[in-house]
Design a binder for this molecule. Structure first.
Ligand SMILES: NC(=O)c1ccc[n+]([C@@H]2O[C@H](COP(=O)([O-])OP(=O)(O)OC[C@H]3O[C@@H](n4cnc5c(N)ncnc54)[C@H](O)[C@@H]3O)[C@@H](O)[C@H]2O)c1
Ligand SMILES: O=P(O)(O)OC[C@H](O)CO
Length: 319
């Protein structure tokens, strides 16, 4: 059986899609949220308007969990460690598929690394790539990357998670897959700033292209294959998130560029991840000027015109 931990927009959308293959268990950390979904047949908090199929069952505990189960971890990045530590006993031998995108602020680690650290005997994997929860829930065609270092386990997960509308590609490069998803959110905030501040489509294209160069530079320095960054989990998700107002990271950037307030209850993974990436780049001695500028904009240490001056006045170089 598949268990999805995290009844946010993405976990709920995945549960809806996977319920076409068989029964799915959807876990939420808040018992009142479980009760509300049972009562209304919807996740009104995070994915309103989507009827939840009857073969999704809801729970706030994992009493009926079997070690044969596959678990999708669809919680926000900065909550992943706490969720795993709270369920270390039951999850210790399971196939654990991280579905979050980001870098932990306190350690600079990605989701697969955190799963490995806490559940040593589990099979860690990551599901990532260009996909909005609302699109998946509507059954629109979507392609994702499943990364798992254990090739046989990866093949089994690829089969189990494919649905008529969800096409899963596979790789064993977990480092590249997790970094692509983390880093593209930072660039999406930057793209939003560019558009919010009316700097133009050309400036956004420049940010996306040079941002992709930064993403690849860091990922390769940390052991990723450049081909992974060029795939769905990197380039694909960068394009989606830097160009669509469905993206919360992009919308957050738009509000920064317009000098407007942004609802703090909305999950914006790129905000904490930008700081974590900036610190890691400094520690590794990597040049990542766009990331530095975006980190400064988020913290309020830089204004848009200062960030632009900083980027445009850098010494000229070869591409
Ligand atoms: N929404 C999307 O379109 C989408 C698509 C792909 C990937 N993702 C990724 O999925 C992850 C989750 O995002 P989302 O969109 O589902 O978020 P969301 O904002 O819709 O929901 C977050 C959920 O996390 C829960 N939560 C908060 N604190 C928690 C805790 N301490 N323990 C357990 N659960 C807690 C909240 O109750 C909420 O249900 C993110 O890393 C995101 O990047 C999202
Ligand atoms: O809404 P965002 O910005 O978190 O983006 C959602 C997904 O990561 C897009 O692939």
């Amino acid at each position: 059986m598949i268990t999805v931990m995290g009844a946010g927009a993405f976990g709920t959308a995945l549960a809806v899609s996977l319920s076409r293959n068989g029964p799915v268990r959807l876990w939420a950390h808040d018992a009142r949220h479980v009760e509300a979904m049972q009562r209304t047949g919807q996740n009104e908090r995070r994915l309103p308007g989507v009827p939840l199929p009857t073969n999704i069952t809801f729970c706030a505990g994992l009493e009926t969990f079997s070690s044969e189960d596959t678990v999708l971890l669809a919680v926000p990045m900065q909550r992943l460690r706490g969720v795993l530590e709270g369920h270390r006993g039951v999850l210790s031998q399971a196939r654990l598929v991280a579905c979050c995108k980001g870098m932990e602020l306190s350690t600079g680690k990605g989701p697969v690394q955190i799963v490995q650290e806490i559940c040593h005997a589990a099979t860690p994997a990551i599901l990532t790539g260009p996909s909005f929860a609302a699109d998946i829930a509507k059954g629109l065609p979507t392609a994702l990357t499943l990364a798992c270092a254990d090739v046989r386990a990866g093949e089994a997960l690829q089969q189990a998670l494919t649905t008529p509308n969800l096409r899963i590609y596979r790789t064993s490069d977990t480092i590249g897959a997790e970094l692509g998803g983390a880093l593209k959110n930072v660039m999406a905030i930057g793209a939003g700033v560019v558009m919010g501040a009316a700097l133009g489509d050309s400036a956004r294209a420049a940010l996306m292209t040079r941002g992709f160069a930064e993403m690849t530079r860091m990922a390769v320095a940390l052991g990723a294959e450049p081909e992974t960054l060029a795939g769905l989990s990197g380039f694909g998700d960068l394009v989606l998130t830097c160009t669509s107002e469905q993206s919360r990271n992009y919308r957050f950037g738009l509000s920064l560029g317009r000098n407007e307030a942004f609802d703090p209850s909305v999950t914006v993974e790129g905000a904490a991840t930008a700081r974590a990436v900036h610190e890691k780049a400094q520690a590794l001695g990597l040049e990542m000027p766009i990331t530095t500028a975006i980190t400064g904009l988020i913290s309020g240490e830089l204004q848009v015109d200062q960030a632009m001056d900083m980027l445009l006045s850098r010494p000229l170089k070869e591409e």
